[in-house]
Design a protein around this ligand. Structure first.
Ligand code: COA
Length: 183
């Protein structure tokens, strides 16, 4: 099977391999990392399942989900995951999502990887629109999306039950023409 790899200045976004679960688990069990996520903190089995699902999605034809391990170009350390998922009912649109090991926050890595996913989506995949959601209190994630040139389109009130609390969600998006103007 053809394994994908996307490069940036400091990162390599590559298809997952089965042994990656250990480095994913370093952050997937961290309560601070998963605070705004519907999942986690993970058990080993849950993290292995996540990696197994990513491997399954690599084999789909046509491919609809691009879930990448984000690794440092210098040394190869896996620092997080970032994905672009084609939406089944409107295949010219997709959403992006990501999650990183806390040791690597605030160094611009998430923005760098997300910009590469937009390049993949609007370039090679020819998409029209890419969107993302985050918790309204997740300043880090909103910061990444704004830095990538995405606009806030919506604020959903108490639409997600996360770790026992109803939470608000922000919707961000960018159209191909907006992306191209930003280059
Ligand atoms: C949210 C997350 C992906 C950000 O990753 P990151 O690599 O630290 O992001 P970047 O360094 O590219 O930050 C981009 C901008 O976002 C903002 N930002 C990032 N983290 C922030 C924080 N903790 N508080 C406030 N603003 C923050 C800043 O404006 C930052 O730019 P600056 O550093 O130049 O000021 C990371 O904190 C994470 O993995 N969190 C847990 C999982 C998660 O919430 N995923 C998103 C679910 S929607």
């Amino acid at each position: 099977m053809h394994k994908m790899q996307l490069d940036t200045d400091r990162l390599v976004l590559r298809d997952f391999k089965a042994t990656d679960w250990k480095e994913v688990h370093e952050y997937a069990l961290d309560p601070e990392v998963v605070k705004f996520m519907i999942w986690g903190p993970n058990t080993v089995e849950e993290t292995q399942y996540f990696v197994d699902m990513a491997l399954d999605k690599q084999r789909e034809k046509p491919r609809r989900a691009y879930e990448f391990a984000v690794t440092l170009k210098d040394g190869g350390k896996l620092i997080g995951a970032a994905g672009l998922r084609i939406n089944p009912d409107e295949p010219l649109t997709a959403d992006v999502g990501y999650c990183y090991n806390r040791k690597f926050w605030r160094q611009g890595y998430s923005t760098e990887a997300c910009l590469r996913l937009l390049e993949l989506g609007f370039g090679e995949l020819g998409l029209h629109r890419i969107w993302a959601t985050c918790d309204s209190e997740n300043l880090g994630s909103a910061g990444v999306l704004l830095k990538c040139g995405m606009r806030q389109e919506g604020h959903f009130v108490q639409d997600k039950l996360i770790k026992g609390h109803w939470r608000d969600t922000l919707l961000f998006a960018i159209l191909r023409e907006e992306y191209e103007r930003s280059l």
